[in-house]
Ligand binder design. Sequence first.
Ligand SMILES: Cc1ncc(COP(=O)(O)O)c(C=O)c1O
Length: 491
Amino acid sequence: MSKAIPLYQEVAQRLEETITTGVYEPGERLPSIRDIHREFQVSINTAREAYRLLEDRGIVDPRSHSGHFVLRLPPLCDDCSMDFPDPAESIPRDASAGSLTQRVMQDCMRPGWVNLATAEPPAALLPARRLADLTAKELRRQPERAVSYELPPGPEVLRLEIAKRLFRGSVSVSPDQILITAGCLEAVFLSLMTVCSPGDAVVIESPGFFLFYQLLEKLRLQAIEIPSRPSTGVDPEDLDQILTDAERRRQRGVGPKVAAAVLIANFSNPIGSLIPIERKRRIAAVLERHEVILVEDDMYGEMAWNVERPPSLASFTDPNRTLLCASFSKSIAPGYRVGWIATGPALIGPATHSKLVTSAAVVNPTSLGIAAFLANGGHERWLRSARRHYRESVSQVRRAVLESFPQGTQMTNPAGGMVIWIVLPPQIDVTEVYEQVRREQICFAPGPMFTLSGNYRNCMRVNATKWDPTVEAAIKSIGMAACRAADSSGS
Ligand SMILES: Cc1ncc(COP(=O)(O)O)c(C=O)c1O
């Protein structure tokens, strides 16, 4: 896996960091193009391109003859009102799924309920007809292959297409280093199964994707939570501290080995954070120093709406100590269950063996159908329209939240993905809001589902893949319930 990030993106990322960290505040003038040219030792053109990118993201305002000014801070969600676990006290915990998670998972499957709890792309948006036609054609062309066992790593035609897509995330692997899985969750499951032993610990983002916690529980692994902030995701210093402390505990014989870190560097779920390039590089160095394997979930890397596809964290790490997982569930068809692991020569064999012993074969008909869809073009066009759709629906949901939620509510303003993280005023207990809207057959994902620490009691994640009158009414109901909860808590 080699890195090939255009220089101007790197410059833009570093400039963005100076804005995120408050070096430059909204309204302030940024260094001139000539300053950038001198300080970063890049060409004038590269400096111009970097500013153009920040302009596209709505972060800087170019004023003729005056230079570039900070328009707004990239994240709109204030980290301060979220109660992150203290990295100095992040100890391994058993990852048992709480009763709240189980209740929400049951609710969101109930027929007739408005489900804002899971991030499902609306079926009407997906290329269902074209995919069905291409799959049917493939099945007719090779009917016997489709009904046979296809042993892992899976069809080469598909692995070739995936290798091309990975290159866009600055990861270069050969098709031999790709294993086809039944979706991204299976890819993460197989990765952890391959590199961890029961009792080991795994670093996981907090707030973090709730199914990962349950996956750790099934594998008898412990979780160590690391804060992931809406602005810039995981902090390499926190990671270093957590891994150093864990190593000390282990040396004293009172803690498990930290075998892996599961990270979502691009548009994380649930907070939509994007780890800046410089931080990605430092995180890679910390993982290498502590000899911890990276399991990256890059499910949303291709779902950058109006910025270029950011590089995968895997493009900065040693491929032999990295398992990069993703799928086509958000970009083509979740029902087809096609995902993958990309890794180096040292891990591809063990990962393939894990797939063989857990499911014997790869699902052939849908793998062949997706390969045909990718090879016949149209995927890029569809991705463009999906990105537009998500950008639009997220902005509609944000607008509705602003209108109906209590004063003091904050929320993320992601540049990709399809979920919004909402932070209610601290005195509101989100589980109380959940119980109220449940009566109206509405469900969302309350904050405590995304941690083992019991934190985020005033937070929630809302799926924003769809915008219609039903969703609008549901957001209004949640907002009204939150206002009632705020009133009864005396605010
Ligand atoms: C971050 C993340 N990883 C994995 C998954 C599951 O992906 P798949 O359906 O491909 O198994 C999801 C689905 O919401 C997700 O958000």
